[in-house]
Design a protein around this ligand. Structure first.
Ligand code: SF4
Ligand code: ZN
Ligand code: ZN
Length: 314
């Protein structure tokens, strides 16, 4: 097929936009959409230093490349943050992921910080899987959220960007409806303002389908880890996996399904949720980070104490 813009050979079909695009026009299309998303949702308003969470996978490395370009135009400083989670399982998954993240930082000349979970916090995610009864992805998610927040603040960043893509957000929206979990839906935002001691969080890829991110990473020659994590993939297990697969099947049947689901949620339902009272937070007695009201110790410090079997005082 030929590109709808220039008649060169097309490399991708964008069914919901009725377009075929060549390499050059696809790169332009992809970058434009991220930039438009960032502007439409005022993601960088007031940002002076942007922290980018980079795991080494296709989403976060793509995020790093595109946001570096946007930040340069805006005169915003960037710092990459990568956590070595200590996931090995005979596959050296974390070691390889960190290597890929570093390759990208060096390619782009971006400053970065690598946090080694074992050295700095005394445990690995592989150990958490064995020692803690809740699903490993739940402990891993908690750990990543905590460390990213803490390190971004330590590095003087006022905004933290993560690589959640359109498929992830469509899955969260539908799962939230399915479970009637209105509080999770209220928290699910492309931009979470700085409040309650947390810094601002943004999701610049929230309207970018996974397939387009993969294509962008491949045609741009972005190095990323292709293997998936050897641990169970999703916090909610089978049901969430089925919801995700069903959404992707719906996208094949109704092109544009995911974008409509997510933008309608954001633009039509979100304003109705503004009155839902926000959780008021306390301060963790151990680390000073925000904690759920009524709890003296945050979930991360509690988990860390269980895993390291020592009293944490840092
Ligand atoms: Fe962590 Fe689970 Fe993701 Fe692996 S799949 S990196 S354990 S959240
Ligand atoms: Zn073209
Ligand atoms: Zn704490």
């Amino acid at each position: 097929m030929r590109c709808s813009e220039c008649k060169e050979e097309a490399i991708i079909k964008i069914p919901y936009a009725h377009k075929y695009l060549c390499k050059e026009h696809f790169i332009q299309w992809f970058e434009n959409r991220v930039e438009k998303t960032v502007r439409k949702y005022n993601m960088l308003e007031g940002t002076r230093k942007l922290a980018i969470a980079v795991s080494g996978g296709k989403d976060s490395t793509t995020l790093l490349h595109v946001m570096t370009k946007i930040a340069e135009k805006e005169g915003i400083e960037i710092i990459g943050i990568t956590i070595d989670l200590g996931i090995d399982m005979g596959k050296k998954y974390s070691a390889k992921s960190v290597e890929f993240a570093i390759k990208n930082y060096e390619m782009l000349g971006v400053k970065y910080r690598i946090v080694k979970l074992k050295e700095e916090y005394g445990f690995t995610i592989d150990e958490a899987k064995v020692k803690i009864r809740r699903p490993v992805c739940s402990t891993c998610g908690l750990t990543k959220r905590y460390i990213l927040e803490k390190v971004a603040k330590e590095e003087g960043a006022d905004t933290l960007a993560t690589g959640h893509n359109l498929n992830d957000i469509a899955q969260y929206v539908l799962t939230g409806y399915y479970n009637g979990d209105i509080l999770s839906l209220a928290r699910l935002r492309p931009v979470s303002p700085a409040e309650n001691g947390y810094i601002k969080k943004i999701k610049p890829l929230f309207l970018s389908p996974e397939k387009e991110i993969m294509t962008y990473a491949l045609v741009k020659g972005i190095p990323f880890i292709y293997d998936s994590c050897p641990h169970t993939f999703r916090v909610g297990g089978e049901t969430q996996d089925k919801i995700r697969r069903s959404i992707e099947e719906m996208e094949d049947k109704i092109p544009g399904f995911m974008i409509s689901l997510v933008t309608n949620f954001e633009e039509k339902f979100r304003p109705l949720m503004e009155d839902i009272p926000k959780e008021s937070l306390g301060k963790c007695k151990i680390c000073g980070m925000p904690t759920s009201k009524g709890r003296e110790i945050c979930s991360f410090c509690a988990t860390r104490m269980k895993l390291t079997e020592v009293k944490v005082n840092s």
